[in-house]
Design a binder for this molecule. Structure first.
Ligand code: UT7
Length: 335
């Protein structure tokens, strides 16, 4: 049996920086509230007419492919995680295949929101472990800003999310002691609506009604989050799924060299850090600069951590996420 390892990483964020003060000009919010509750100082928003979820994903992917030292035609499969696709269908996986000019490989879209990149990595890992594919391109990309309620009504959600993309190339590794040791995925659909965007969806209205009554101010066209409920579940599930991953591999929290958590809220990361008695150097956070970029947050953070030399050969790396679904998961990697 083969193992899989990350051989290339890349990220892209739009240039346009939106500070908390910028948001305070268009809604009733303030820098103090946002920083105190979330740790966020600024985020990036795509300027309309420039990038899309796909084009940001492609930019991140090009860097990851180059760093993997392979040609685009060596990619055997694409997995694309997002909650903000360019089109209702088809998903962005095939658009990446087109934009990168890759031969007709399979392209799969993952709809697991904040846990999207963890789910996508898990899929890629299994394809490689089974021997079916040698190089899988995994992308997480989000264009949130065009779909947020940028009025005071939506402030509980819209100040948190930002745009960006991250990508990884997962490749076959013959040495089983290196690479992705295990992945762990969970869901609890009972809480589906606690963090959701209900429309457009065939469950809400018949298509003919949407055509006749489409109301862009309908709140169900904007994301909803029961913040405190999500927070309480997040801290429990993050802890559980990290422990599950460690135990599966006969490891303990003391073995962790670097934890890259999904960037949902700095307070959640700090809670986990304290719980596992990790130092500031053992947890990588960048939510301060980018906000919550959902499926893109882990690959952006991991790429930054790697670029800064914080993830080194032989390190025990833990990735973990929790979010809408609810879904959550972890990945344990020997770098
Ligand atoms: O990535 C997916 C997973 N997501 C998460 O894990 C997020 C988890 N939840 C959270 O991070 C936090 O719940 C939030 C940061 C979203 C909110 O923080 P909170 O401490 O739970 O605040 P809250 O929603 O209970 O709101 C407290 C107050 C309310 O006012 P009243 O009712 O006390 O008068 C809100 O209306 O803060 C008000 N508020 C704001 N004030 C200024 C809500 N949003 C804002 C805002 N600016 N942007």
């Amino acid at each position: 049996m083969y193992n899989s390892k990350i051989t290339g990483l890349g990220y892209f964020v739009p240039e346009n920086v939106v500070t908390n003060d910028d948001l305070a000009k268009i809604m009733d919010t303030n820098d103090e509230w946002i920083q105190e509750r979330t740790g966020i100082k600024e985020r990036r928003h795509v300027v309309k007419g420039t990038d899309t979820t796909t084009t940001m994903g492609v930019k991140a992917a090009r860097i990851a492919i180059e760093r993997a030292g392979i040609d685009k035609d060596d990619i055997d499969f694409i997995v694309f995680a997002t909650l903000s696709p360019d089109y209702y269908f088809p998903g962005p996986g095939v658009l990446v295949q087109r934009d990168l000019g890759i031969k007709t490989v399979g392209a799969l879209d993952v709809r697991n929101q904040c846990s999207g990149f963890i789910y996508a990595l898990s899929v890629a890992d299994q394809y490689i472990k089974s021997g079916m594919y040698k190089n899988v391109l995994v992308i997480g990309s989000e264009l949130h800003s065009h779909g947020l309620d940028m009025t005071t009504r939506g402030r509980g959600v819209s100040v948190i999310f930002g745009d960006g993309a991250g990508a990884a190339v997962l490749s076959r590794e013959e040495d089983n002691s290196k690479g992705v040791l295990s992945t762990h995925l969970h869901s609890e659909g009972q809480h589906a609506e606690e963090l959701s965007l209900i429309a457009p969806g065939m469950g809400k209205r018949w298509v003919t009604d949407i055509i006749e009554d489409d109301d862009p101010n309908d709140e169900s066209y904007f994301p909803y989050m029961n913040g405190q409920f999500v927070f309480k579940n997040a801290v429990v599930r993050f802890s559980e799924v990290i422990m599950e991953g460690l135990k599966t591999n006969g490891l303990t929290p003391e073995d962790i060299d670097m934890l890259v958590p999904h960037q949902a809220n700095l307070r959640i990361s700090q809670f986990i850090q304290k719980k596992f008695k990790l130092s500031d150097d053992q947890v990588y956070n960048n939510i301060m600069k980018y906000g919550n970029t959902t499926a893109a947050s882990i690959p952006i953070a991991l790429t930054e951590a790697w670029e800064k030399g914080k993830v080194k050969e032989g390190d025990l790396l833990v990735l973990a996420a929790f979010g809408s679904g609810f879904t959550w998961g972890s990945v344990i990697i020997k770098w």
